[in-house]
Design a protein around this ligand. Structure first.
Ligand code: NAD
Length: 471
């Protein structure tokens, strides 16, 4: 049993003023593996005060000074890879291969922020004016449980690179992962108050951040519903807001696609992060002329997908993070049946003979785009095949969604794939690949978000342009 009874404020691990103990679980066994003592409103106020006090000095540091601190941060986080992997597999249930990526990503993303900072021009000339990019102030960074350390490190490194100080509110469900990262960041010798980490409830600690006049900007990753609430709450003080929200991403298979090559990409996108990925490709658009062939191929492929123990190297899909998330996925599978979708594979209940753990069966339906299982984010390994008649209809379906985070086009003809990709309303569109480019901006169209993270676009979101003219 791990007991986490401190939060991090002003360069120190301190006992929270909050007294609520929150249980932490191993989703593979449903066993309680620890508790975290949650921060409350008073802790949030203290953290914001510390970040505010640290801002004048940190915002005046040179690029070189910031790079030196970020490099120490990178080294300290990279050194924790094994410990982080252990926490990710135990507390989150990521299968080992995915878990390894998730344990390396936090250091990689700090390296990306260093690169972006090295290339960033803080001062530019615009006609007779000098434009000075100025740090916006204290940033509130609110992160979800599905890639805890990665989101914390990405948002914090970018905010610090821009010259902002930060108050971080991670998910209460990933406190063990947060603890590993907090210890690493502490060892990096970052000046006191530049970052503060207060694990607490969204409607308690999060809401102080949402409303506090000393928070100039919020960068949030999480659900669209909470994202909208943050915008509304921040309106009073006109907070700058970056939102990375949900998705219902299309995978558009063109009639000339080679299914043997396409299927690993289809399932890779659909079942990414055990289906608990904002970018998951959960709507599979298939030409009606090849529907029967595709259905047979996907049944065969999904029957070979292993859902179970994340410690097993052969596992593709681990458990859902919580009982609540497991129930949500079960409810959506039941809803698909009620809506009249044809279930090809999967269904309710646990896979195989598993009796414990929040494991789900990878499930594929055939339906249409107006069904709730095709419109709402499920956040589990549940896919819906939507047949289409021609290219124009395929594009209509792809774009007929409230979201616009990611999309993939699969075609035997690269040029044709690119032509289709350019017509999809989405922050990211991939043609015949699932590759990730961390130097490119990341974010969503429509209700998938506001603004962009990564690279110079991510940095700009923590800066205000100050125009200086001298007579
Ligand atoms: P969530 O919105 O419930 O919680 C995210 C974070 O917000 C948590 O730290 C939570 O405590 C906090 N929060 C909750 N209520 C709050 C409030 N009133 N004020 C301030 N903060 C509050 O989401 P979740 O269930 O943790 O994560 C899953 C969601 O995140 C999915 O919808 C998924 O698509 C989205 N997500 C998006 C991205 C992206 O980059 N676009 C990445 C990962 C996850």
């Amino acid at each position: 049993m791990q007991q986490i009874d401190s939060i991090y404020i002003n360069g120190e691990f301190v006992t929270p003023h909050g007294t609520e103990l929150f249980e932490l679980f191993n989703p593979s066994t449903e066993a309680v593996i620890g508790t975290v003592r949650l921060a409350d409103e008073v802790d949030a106020q203290n953290a914001i005060a510390a970040a505010k006090a640290a801002f004048p000095a940190w915002s005046k540091t040179s690029k070189e000074e910031r790079i030196a601190v970020l490099k120490r941060m990178h080294k300290a986080v990279a050194a924790r890879e094994e410990e982080l992997l252990d926490a990710i597999v135990t507390e989150y249930g990521a299968p080992k291969v995915r878990g390894r990526w998730m344990a390396q990503y936090p250091a990689d993303v700090i390296a990306q922020a260093i690169e972006a900072l090295e290339d960033f021009e803080f001062v530019e000339q615009a006609g007779s004016a000098q434009v000075i990019m100025t740090p916006v102030g204290v940033a509130g960074l609110i992160t979800p449980w599905n890639s805890d350390a990665g989101f914390i490190c990405n948002k914090l490194a970018t905010a610090m690179a821009a010259g902002c100080t930060a108050v971080i509110k991670p998910s209460e469900m990933s406190a063990i992962q947060t603890q590993v990262i907090t210890e690493a960041l502490h060892e990096a010798g970052i000046p006191a108050g530049v970052f503060n980490i207060i694990t607490g409830r969204g409607d308690v600690v999060g809401d102080v951040i949402n409303h506090h006049p000393d928070i100039a900007k919020i960068s949030f990753t999480g659900s669209t519903a909470v994202g909208k609430h943050i915008v509304a709450s921040g309106a009073q003080s006109l907070k700058r807001v970056t939102l990375e929200l949900g998705g219902k991403s299309p995978t558009l298979i063109l009639d000339d696609a080679d299914l043997t090559q396409a299927m690993p990409l289809v399932l890779g996108a659909g079942f990414m992060n055990s289906g608990q990925a904002c970018v998951a490709g959960t709507r599979i658009l298939v030409p009606r002329s090849r529907q029967a062939e595709f259905e047979a191929a996907i049944i065969d492929a999904v029957n070979r997908v292993q859902s179970g123990d994340p410690q097993d190297a052969k596992t593709d899909i681990g458990p859902m993070v919580s009982q609540k998330q497991w129930q949500r996925v079960q409810d959506y599978i039941r809803l698909g049946e009620e809506e009249g979708a044809k279930r090809l594979v999967g269904g309710v209940g646990r896979p195989g003979d598993l009796e414990k753990g929040w494991f789900v069966k990878p499930t594929v339906f055939v339906g249409h785009n107006q069904m709730r299982i095709a419109r709402e984010e499920i956040f589990g390994p549940v896919l819906v095949i939507i047949p289409y008649d021609d290219e124009a209809q395929a594009l209509d379906i792809a774009n007929d969604t409230a979201y616009g985070l990611s999309a993939m086009v699969l075609s035997g003809d690269r040029e044709r794939g690119v032509r289709i990709a350019q017509q999809i309303d989405s922050g990211r569109v991939m043609v015949n690949t699932l590759a990730h480019e961390p130097k490119a901006p990341f974010g969503g169209f429509k209700q998938s978000g506001l603004g962009r993270e990564m690279g110079k676009w991510g940095m700009q979101a923590y800066l205000e342009a100050k125009t200086l003219m001298v007579g």
